[in-house]
Design a protein around this ligand. Sequence first.
Ligand SMILES: Nc1nc2c(c(=O)[nH]1)N[C@H]1C(S)=C(S)[C@@H](COP(=O)(O)O)O[C@H]1N2
Ligand SMILES: [Mo]
Length: 406
Amino acid sequence: MRPHESFDDGSRTDDALSVVSRRDLLKRGGSLLAALTLLDSPLFAEILRTSDGENVIPFLDQAPAPPDAAVRQYGELNTRNWEQLSSWMTPNEEFFTVSHYNRPVLEAKEWRLHIAGLVENPMTLTLEQIQARPRQEVTFTLECGGNHGFDWFTGGIGNARWAGTPLASILQAAGIKKSGIEVVFFGSDEGEEEVRDIKMKQNFSRSMSVEDALAPANLLCYEMNGTPLSPLHGFPLRLIAPGWYGVANVKWLKRIEVIDKRWAGRFMAKDYVTIREEPRENGQVVWTQKVVGPALLKSVTAKVTVKGGKHRIYGAAWGRPIQRVDVRIDDGAWRPATIDRGQEHEFAWKFWHVDWEDAAAGEHTITSRAIDTAGYVQPAMSDPVIANKRTYWESNGQITRRIRIA
Ligand SMILES: Nc1nc2c(c(=O)[nH]1)N[C@H]1C(S)=C(S)[C@@H](COP(=O)(O)O)O[C@H]1N2
Ligand SMILES: [Mo]
């Protein structure tokens, strides 16, 4: 069985139907895209915006649009193919969005953030009070833990400049008690959950260890690429946890609670868990079930272009500090990619390219692999860490694309 065969359809979440047409948004987004590209990354503008006379060669394996059930459950999640990647910063209007319950539209005036549980000084904060605290920004590539888990879901990733106030200083002001071991983040969205025969309305929630929560890059975030968070992305406040999969970045925050046990809500213990069937010594088999958390090392081939008979392969790599990216054509040797300059952000993806000098006519496969600064190599699909997986999350195996050269 392949790791991403079963799709849990959206029967729980019939209320999550409000899907915004991305095409409508895009019409308005074109000029913003241009502005962002110019402002943030002149180097990438040159590298990425397919130049005059440079044509994208379509992949042969481009997956179809997502099934209706998936769109209903998660919203606009796969409307961008990698071939359409045009800028290093993802314009807000092109940023994918995933929501498991409803999508609350909150009023800033009435909204409050409660910090409670095992803290010395419980707090209730308004948006203004949060915005009056020190401002911090981070450029962070946020990827859904399910991205590439299905062949039609490959656009669950985007890169943005997030602004907010450091979570750590607020937690320190609240004063975490010695007995506190986890920090739980609650969204304002809610849905029905069932355990055995007990049905209950629950808010979206995720937890982190106290140590992870205090990481200096974590933000209580109110801005995305210089504009207030949109309702779909968590207005008025979300957690931004650089280096973590999307699911940890709780939107529409309403409550932060410090507790003395391990949290076991749906998105820690039931959904977004990686289950593997792992062989052990003496023929024993162990089923492991681990929560999806920190981002994993990953790369993709984004597009192949031809200009004046010359072929170029473009791609991206992220998840861990990137040392190198290699590309393999068919069953050939791995060739090093050139990592584009000017993208020295710890938590952001890196764009790379390879000039494909010997592109012969006919059908080819292109595979990429990222290598992190510790020398760890993005696993092949046949690596047990991928091959033994029985759930679709954390699909960071090497991706192979197919293409035909004329
Ligand atoms: N409150 C809340 N936060 C949430 C979610 C959610 O359903 N509810 N989905 C999570 C998941 S699974 C992902 S991938 C990201 C997506 O963030 P985006 O919609 O801003 O792209 O939000 C995360 N935060
Ligand atoms: Mo996600």
